[in-house]
Ligand binder design. Structure first.
Ligand code: NAD
Length: 276
């Protein structure tokens, strides 16, 4: 997990309305709609969301609090219609505050993990898994169905793994590239001939114009790799496209944010997963 920079989260609260408009143009639905699609939820979630309260607990361990992080999570939860607050106290005292208060769900992140926990069902939702699912769902909506289409996944960390599983569940053909050959070996053993492994991004893009960028590195997708059909969904931070590639790609064909889709999906996952 790459540590987020304050400037990657501090703008989130004031941009949520605009981001929803952007997502609507690109996918035909909002952040909440994408989160529902990620979890295959067809029913109305607004009543349960509005009756549920999340406590977001600031965690100071490790490298410490990222300025603006808890506020960004808070704003996303409120934006999708959930009641939420940031605990006054941090760490263990924050957990005690949430448990002795009205919270139904807690959200907390440290240097290694970002989870939401349902205090009634004990279900634990994981940000990496939800982010992988959310970006695949966004791609599915944007290209009007990925079933039978070929998608290149770049990066096989937790987010790339979740995206790979989701793509296979949605019957897409998966082409996978990770710079780490050991990880490619794990993927091959797990999925056998259900995925096709390539040895470079360029080779992967020979098979696919739909891309999931799940790496923590910049400038791995250059201008010459972009055609008018290229579609990139990029949970990876920072964005893997060079600035020239960003200029060249059709603006509707790029979906990238630092938290929004993953957190919205965690909120539904933690509340509704027990109903599946
Ligand atoms: N947008 C969001 O809401 C959100 C949520 C969670 C994680 N993230 C970000 O998504 C990215 C992936 O998360 P993760 O936890 O899976 O990270 P990770 O670091 O565990 O895994 C990244 C993978 O990318 C591979 N990689 C690195 N450089 C590469 C290259 N040049 N070409 C191909 N593969 C390369 C690594 O070997 C590794 O397997 C990170 O940047 C993380 O911060 C974003």
């Amino acid at each position: 997990m790459t540590r987020l920079m304050p400037e990657q989260v501090q703008q989130i609260p004031m941009n949520l309305q605009n981001y929803d408009v952007e997502l609507m143009q690109k996918t035909g639905t909002s952040m909440l709609g994408i989160a529902k699609h990620a979890l295959s939820i067809k029913y109305n979630v607004t009543t349960i969301l509005s009756k549920s309260t999340s406590a977001i607990i600031p965690i100071t361990t490790g490298e410490g609090i990222i300025p603006g992080f808890t506020e960004a999570v808070l704003s996303i939860l409120i934006h999708i219609g959930m009641d939420a607050y940031i605990t006054k106290k941090t760490d263990v005292r924050g957990f005690a505050e949430a448990l002795s208060g009205q919270a139904d769900v807690i959200f907390a992140a440290d240097d290694y993990s970002f989870n939401a926990i349902n205090l009634r069902t004990r279900y634990v939702s994981d940000n990496s898994v939800c982010t992988g699912k959310a970006y695949v769902a966004a791609l599915d909506l944007a290209v009007k169905g990925i079933k039978g289409k070929t998608v290149l996944v770049i990066g096989y960390g937790p987010v790339g793994q979740a995206a790979t599983i989701e793509l296979l569940d949605r019957r897409a053909n998966v082409v996978l590239y990770d710079i780490d050959k050991v990880k490619m070996g794990y993927a091959k053993r797990e999925f056998k001939d259900r995925i096709h492994i390539v040895h470079s991004i360029k080779e992967g893009m020979w098979y696919a114009n739909l891309i999931v960028d799940a790496t923590p590195v910049p400038d791995i997708i250059s201008e010459d790799m972009i055609t008018e059909d290229t579609f990139v969904v990029a949970p990876g931070i920072p964005l893997g496209l060079t600035s020239k590639a960003v200029k060249k790609i059709t603006s509707e064909h790029l979906i990238h944010d630092s938290l929004e889709l993953g957190v919205a999906t965690m909120a539904l996952d933690v509340l509704f997963s027990q109903d599946f």
